[in-house]
Design a binder for this molecule. Structure first.
Ligand code: GDG
Length: 479
C-alpha cells in the first residue's frame, strides 16, 4: 500500500487542536497527515552527547511520528547555523544578516545525510516521500544516492530568492543541482517558481517546459506553485468553541468602544515589525483625532532566541514600543499593547474575531497564514479589514485586501486609516471574496494537489519555453 511519508526538520503535531501553539508549518502538516495512515519523520528537537541514529516512534494527536535525536554540534551548525543564519536571511532578501561559515555547510550536509540514513529502512516500495522546507534541500539527493527509487517531492515554505541574490551564497550551484533529485518541487507562489526557473535557465542552462517540467544536466524535475492554506474546517470549529467566543467577548470588553488594530507574528525580522510600529506611530502623529479612539495589539511570540539577530530585534522592539507608549499614552489610554507570550489557538481565534484591522506587513514571507486566519475569523455581518504586504506570498491570492508596501510608513498608515473607516458594504464585499479563497484554497487542497502531481508520471516532450527574465514571458508563451 502506498503511504505518505512527510519529512521535516521538526516534528511537532499539536496534541490537542485547540490548545496547541504550533507554528504554521506544524499545523498544516498535521492536518495533512491526520486522516492519512502516513508517517511524519524528523528531528525531535533534542540533542544527545553522541549521535546514535536511533529513532523513537510514537503516535501524537493521531499522527505516527518517528523522531531522531541530533548532537549539539548539529543544532549549532545545521539548525542555528546554515538553516537559520544562512538560508533563512538569504531567502528573505536579508543579505546583510547572512552569516556563512564552511562549518555550517558541513553540518547541513551531515544532518541531511543522517536523515537519509535513518529514514532509509522505513521506506516501503510504494511510499511517496514529501520533504519539507529549506532545512532539508539536499535530502532527496542523499536518498537517491542510497538507491531510493520512490517518488520524492520537495516543498519550500519560504520565498525563493531572485537569481542574483542566490548567487551570493557560496556553493549555490551545488545546492540547486541537488534539487533535481526530486520528482516535484513546490513553491508557495508563481513568483517563486519563476525565480527558480530564472536561476536554472541562466546558471545551469536548463530547459523549462510549458507544464513546469525542467531539464538540466540530463536530469528532469517538475516545478509548480502550490499556495498553502489553513485548515479552514478546523479553524471554523475552533472559532465556534466556547473558549474562542469567550475570548472575543473579553477582547471587545477591553476595547471599551475603541477600534483594535491587530498583528500576530513570530518575532522575526522578516515580519516587518519595526516598520509596522513606525507606520502606527505615523498614523497617530498624522491623525491626532484617532488617538484614544484606536489601539494596536501586537502579539509577537519569541522565536530562535539562540540567533543574535533575533535577540537584537527583540531589544529594538522593546525600545520602540516603549517610545511609542511614552510619547502618546494618557492615563486612560495605552496606544500599543505589545505582548510576547503565546496564546492558545482558540484564544487567538477569539482575538482575531474582535479586531477591526488585521495588519500583516512582512518585508518578505513565503505565504503568511495569519492573513488567512484573520479573514477566516471575521464575523460575516461585520467583518474587519485585512491590510496585507505586497511581499507576502498571500498577496498573490488575496487581492481584495488593502495591499501595501511595508517599507512605506505613510502607505501603511493610510491603509490602516482607510480600513478603520471603510463602510460596512465595502468591508463585506471584500471579505466575502477573500473568505471564498481561504476556504477553497485550504490545506487539504494544498496537500491533495501536491501529492497527486507528485504521483503523476512526467510525460516527456512539451513545447519549450524560451529563456526569460520575467513572469510575463513564460505566461505568454504558455498561452
Ligand atoms: C512559515 C513561513 C508560511 C503565531 N502566534 C501564535 C500562534 N501563531 C501561529 C499563527 C500561524 C502561525 O503561527 C504563523 O504562520 P505564518 O504562516 O504566518 O508564518 P511562519 O511561522 O513564518 O511560517 C510562512 C508558513 O511557513 C506555512 O507554509 O506561510 O510564510 O514563513 O498559524 O496562528 N499560534 C498560537 N499562539 C500564538 O501566540 N496558538
Amino acid at each position: 500500500m502506498s503511504r505518505l511519508i512527510v519529512v521535516s526538520n521538526r516534528v511537532n503535531p499539536p496534541a490537542d487542536k485547540g490548545v496547541g501553539t504550533a507554528g504554521g508549518l506544524a499545523m498544516a502538516l498535521s492536518a495533512a497527515l491526520r486522516e492519512d495512515k502516513g508517517l511524519w519523520f524528523g528531528w525531535s528537537g533534542e540533542t544527545v552527547e553522541t549521535y546514535s541514529g536511533q529513532m523513537s516512534m510514537q503516535v501524537v494527536g493521531g499522527v505516527t511520528v518517528a523522531l531522531l535525536d541530533l548532537e549539539e554540534q548539529d543544532r549549532e551548525e545545521y539548525y542555528n547555523g546554515y538553516a537559520n543564519r544562512t538560508l533563512w536571511p538569504l531567502f528573505h532578501y536579508r543579505t546583510d544578516l547572512v552569516n556563512y561559515e564552511r562549518s555550517f555547510d558541513e553540518g547541513y550536509e551531515r544532518v541531511n545525510t543522517r536523515f537519509a540514513e535513518t529514514l532509509l529502512p522505513l521506506i516501503g516500495p510504494d511510499d511517496v516521500i514529501w520533504v519539507q522546507d529549506y532545512h532539508l534541500i539536499p535530502l532527496g539527493r542523499e536518498l537517491r544516492k542510497r538507491g531510493v527509487k520512490n517518488r520524492i517531492g520537495f516543498f519550500l515554505h519560504i520565498p525563493w530568492p531572485a537569481r542574483r541574490v542566490l548567487n551570493t551564497l557560496p556553493r549555490h550551484a551545488e545546492l540547486v543541482e541537488s534539487m533535481f533529485a526530486y520528482d516535484l518541487i513546490g513553491f508557495q507562489t508563481e513568483d517563486d517558481s519563476e525565480a527558480f526557473n530564472d536561476y536554472v535557465m541562466h546558471d545551469m542552462g536548463a530547459e523549462v517546459f510549458a507544464d513546469g517540467v525542467v531539464r538540466a544536466h540530463g536530469q528532469t524535475t517538475r516545478v509548480k506553485a502550490f499556495p498553502i492554506g489553513i485548515d479552514a474546517d478546523d479553524f471554523a470549529a475552533t472559532l465556534k468553541s466556547d473558549k474562542a467566543q469567550d475570548y472575543r467577548q473579553r477582547m471587545l470588553k477591553s476595547q471599551v468602544g475603541r477600534k483594535m488594530i491587530l498583528g500576530v507574528d513570530r518575532l522575526d525580522y522578516s515580519k516587518g515589525l519595526e516598520e509596522r510600529f513606525a507606520a502606527y506611530e505615523t498614523l497617530l502623529d498624522k491623525y491626532p483625532d484617532l488617538q484614544t479612539q484606536v489601539f494596536m495589539l501586537q502579539i509577537a511570540t519569541r522565536s530562535r532566541d539562540a540567533v543574535d539577530a533575533y535577540q537584537d530585534l527583540r531589544e529594538r522592539l522593546d525600545t520602540i514600543s516603549g517610545q511609542i507608549n511614552g510619547a502618546y499614552a494618557t492615563v486612560e489610554w495605552v496606544p500599543l499593547r505589545y505582548v510576547n507570550r503565546p496564546y492558545r489557538r482558540d484564544e487567538l481565534a477569539g482575538i482575531y474575531a474582535s479586531a477591526h484591522v488585521g495588519l500583516v506587513t512582512p518585508l518578505r514571507d513565503g505565504m503568511n497564514l495569519v492573513a488567512k486566519e484573520y479573514v477566516a475569523a471575521q464575523p460575516p455581518e461585520d467583518p474587519g479589514v485585512l491590510v496585507l504586504s505586497e511581499f507576502a506570498g498571500a498577496a498573490e491570492q488575496m487581492k481584495e485586501a488593502l495591499i501595501v508596501n511595508p517599507m512605506s510608513r505613510e502607505d501603511v498608515a493610510e491603509a490602516i486609516r482607510k480600513g478603520l473607516s471603510m463602510p460596512l458594504k465595502e468591508r463585506k464585499a471584500r471579505w466575502e471574496l477573500l473568505m471564498d479563497k481561504v476556504q477553497k484554497s485550504d490545506v487539504s487542497r494544498w496537500r491533495d494537489d501536491f501529492v497527486s502531481l507528485l504521483k503523476a508520471p512526467i510525460t516527456p516532450e512539451r513545447p519549450k519555453v524560451v529563456p526569460m527574465a520575467s513572469a510575463q514571458k513564460i505566461q505568454s508563451t504558455v498561452a
